[in-house]
Design a protein around this ligand. Structure first.
Ligand code: SF4
Length: 144
C-alpha cells in the first residue's frame, strides 16, 4: 500500500495538535489509532489536495472533497465535537457524544459521553439543528 508524503504527514500532525488544543480534546491514548487516522488524512491530501475524513466510504471522493462537511475538522466535529475516527477524543479515549442528536449512531454506540471542556470547540454549534451530517444523512458510511 502506498505511503503518504512526509510533508503531508507533518502538515496533518501540526493541524491535529493545534486543533486538539483549540477544541479542548486529546489524542487517543493508543498512539496507533492517531497514527492510522493521520496517515489516512495525509493520503487524502496527496490524492485530493484536501484532508477528507478517512473513516467514511465515498461514492465520489473528488465530488465530496469539493464540499466542506467531511473536511477535517468536519462539520460533526465543529458542530457536535464528535469525531467518529477517534482522532479528537477525551483523555480516556472516548469520543464526546453529549451534543449529538438522539438517535445518532455515536449516541447509540457510546451512550452519552460528556465534554470535559465545554468552553472550547464547537465553532459551528449554531448549526446544530440543521446539520447536513445528521444521522439521517446516508451518504458517507464506515470504511470497511
Ligand atoms: S471524524 Fe471529523 S474530526 Fe474526526 S478525523 Fe474525521 S474529519 Fe477529522
Amino acid at each position: 500500500m502506498a505511503e503518504p508524503k512526509q510533508e503531508s504527514i507533518e502538515k496533518i500532525v501540526k493541524f491535529v495538535k493545534g486543533f486538539a488544543e483549540k477544541s479542548g480534546t486529546s489524542m487517543h491514548p493508543n498512539p496507533a489509532v492517531t497514527e492510522a487516522v493521520v496517515k489516512g488524512l495525509a493520503m487524502h491530501i496527496d490524492e485530493l489536495g484536501k484532508p477528507l475524513c478517512p473513516c467514511n466510504f465515498y461514492k465520489d471522493k473528488e465530488a465530496e472533497a469539493k464540499l466542506r462537511r467531511w473536511m477535517c475538522a468536519c462539520d460533526e466535529m465543529q458542530i457536535y465535537k464528535y469525531c467518529h475516527c477517534l482522532l479528537f477524543v477525551r483523555e480516556d479515549g472516548m469520543p464526546i457524544t453529549e451534543y449529538l442528536p438522539e438517535g445518532h449512531e455515536g449516541r447509540q454506540v457510546y451512550g452519552v459521553v460528556t465534554d470535559p471542556t465545554p468552553e472550547k470547540g464547537r465553532m459551528l454549534r449554531h448549526k446544530a439543528a440543521s446539520s447536513s451530517t445528521s444521522a439521517e444523512d446516508p451518504s458517507p458510511g464506515p470504511t470497511t
